[in-house]
Ligand binder design. Structure first.
Ligand code: FAD
Length: 504
């Protein structure tokens, strides 16, 4: 255990949120440390979808290849009435055929994704302090003092900033005085578990919905031989049975009854109650909250892990910039930008849950399952247009300041090779994309407000253009993605959102 250390950033919790933040800070060279209460990695499956926007974050952080190798795209849903198949289909979402969107949702269990993140963190020289539980936090004007306890006893860590990524029961949140405001949906409880199943086709998710029994869903977890078992607890069951393998077998026989299917060897088994709540503040002085520590909600729509990843990605570059001398007020934009996103996710996942429960048994079940992924859940429509970091102007453009910077394929004039705009954005820098239709790019003239100059790229439709950092936009695909009509400069933040857009 670390004792009496002083660092720039202490991250509490090695779930997907804490790991994402640790990677982002490590690649920026920030002196940070990650403590985790458990003695080692958790194995329960929980989240199993990585949405398109979170995949773009994974791309920037250097883990997309592993995610695509271990995960599965387009897992169909097969919907049954007892042993009769009613329908089978893949839910579709924004961007499946949009050149500005490189990734469709990937199915991968949370422990596999966390393993990929841990490997990346180790590659960057970061370390997790396992078996180290934060028990108290106290802050002064210039630091936060954190009390930790572990096998070696109690210790203290001093850090300039602390980020609580310690989940729904966050000690950092409770000790820092922030309040989690919301409701518990006691009537929405689920039996959940990871089990082995034989006799069931692994290429799709299997779902049974009935008025009498509720919902049963079996999901094959890619790159494992496990299935995630989910069964709703009937609304009138006020004292649900403890989760056991025998109970899961009985639920399967009652709701599905496929005689050839056997369920064995359960790992994680749980009874899960849905809470919907949002923290009143994301920043308490030098303490920040991110992921489930700041917002908890129904898993319907698969948003929890994805939202936490994006919280961390929003905060990482800001912490690094402030530690390098940027104004402290930059850190206030974290809450301004991310809390409204969480609010929208809470509302969306609650209404999705209600419509899922309503549709169980009334014949619209298949539609409800198909609708679990849509434009909202992709995360691609998240925008920070109201943020003080988004320079107002050019309201008529389809892609504006505050929007996510889209992808496109262009040709590198120096090498003649195709590259993606995302290849140009990847890394810790700001980027200026100078779009033109053949006029020489503007490069000099104004003084840069940045400590480190942004990477500047010319994207031109002039097919004869040459020179370094010059991209030829064959067919005008990038111009189209960014809705460019005249010469335009676009400034993109390190987290892939447009900060400003100006025309010549
Ligand atoms: C059944 C189920 C299905 C889900 N499906 C989806 C889905 O499809 N898509 C999706 O996006 N999300 C889904 N979620 C939600 C997702 O699992 C969570 O949103 C996600 O785990 C949040 O990540 P986190 O890192 O913020 O918190 P956590 O994953 O909870 O990680 C917090 C970490 O902090 C550690 N910790 C806690 N207290 C302390 C302390 N005092 N000191 C040190 N360490 C501490 C914990 O041990 C833990 O490792 C699902 C959840 C469930 C239960």
């Amino acid at each position: 255990m670390v004792k009496d250390a002083t660092l720039d950033v202490l991250i509490v919790g090695a779930g997907p949120t804490g790991l994402t933040l640790a990677i982002d800070l490590a690649r920026r060279g920030v002196d940070c440390h990650l403590v985790e209460r458990t003695e080692g990695p958790r194995t329960a499956s929980r989240a199993k979808t990585i949405q398109p926007r979170a995949l773009e974050v994974a791309d920037d952080l250097g883990v997309i290849q592993q995610v695509l190798e271990l995960g599965q795209v387009h897992v169909p849903t097969r919907h049954y009435d007892r042993d009769r198949v009613i329908s089978e289909g893949v839910s579709t979402a924004l961007g499946m055929s949009d050149p500005g969107v490189p990734y469709a949702p990937v199915w991968l269990s949370q422990p596999m994704f966390e393993r990929i993140l841990r490997d990346r963190l180790a590659e960057l020289g970061g370390r997790i302090e396992w078996g180290t539980e934060v028990t108290a936090v106290a802050q002064t004007d210039d630091a936060v003092e954190v009390t930790v306890s572990g096998a070696a006893g109690e210790g203290r860590i001093r850090a300039r900033y602390v980020v609580g990524c310690d989940g729904g029961r966050s000690v950092v949140r409770k000790r820092s005085g922030a309040a989690l405001e919301g409701v518990s949906y006691g009537e929405h409880r689920w039996w959940l578990g990871d089990v082995h199943i034989t006799g069931l086709d692994r290429h799709c998710q299997h779902v049974w919905m009935s008025r009498e029994h509720g919902i049963l869903s079996l999901f094959p977890l890619p790159s494992t031989d496990l299935w995630q078992f989910q069964a709703s607890v009937p609304a009138d069951d006020s004292d649900p049975a403890a989760p056991t393998l025998d109970l899961f077998r009985r639920l399967f026989t009652e709701r599905a009854g496929l005689a050839e299917v056997t369920i064995d060897d359960a790992g994680w088994l749980s009874l899960y109650e849905i809470n919907v709540a949002l923290v009143d503040r994301y920043r308490i002085g030098r303490i920040f909250l991110a992921g489930d520590a700041a917002h908890v909600h129904s898993p319907a729509g698969g948003q929890g892990m994805n939202t936490g990843i994006q919280d961390a990605y929003n905060l990482g570059w800001k912490l690094a910039a402030v530690l390098e001398g940027a104004a402290e007020s930059l850190l206030d934009t974290y809450e301004l930008e991310r809390r409204p996103v969480a609010r929208a996710v809470l509302d969306d996942s609650t209404s999705r849950l209600h419509s899922l429960m309503r549709s169980a048994g009334d014949g619209s079940g298949a539609a409800a399952v198909a609708g679990l992924t849509d434009d909202f859940t992709t995360g691609l429509t998240i925008a920070y247009t109201e943020s003080p970091l988004s320079e107002p102007g050019l309201d008529y453009a389809r892609v504006r300041a505050g929007d996510r910077a889209p992808d496109a394929v262009v040709l590198d004039a120096s090498t003649g090779r195709e590259v993606r705009v995302f290849d140009l954005l990847r890394g810790t820098h700001w980027t200026v994309l100078n779009f033109d239709h053949g006029s020489p790019a503007r490069r000099n003239g104004s003084r840069s407000p940045f400590a480190t100059a942004p990477k500047t790229i010319r994207i031109t439709t002039d097919t004869t253009a040459t020179g370094p950092d010059t991209m030829i936009d064959l067919g005008g695909r990038a111009h189209d993605s960014y809705d460019i009509t005249g010469d335009t400069a676009i400034l993109i933040r390190p987290d892939g959102y447009i900060a400003a857009r100006t025309e010549a």
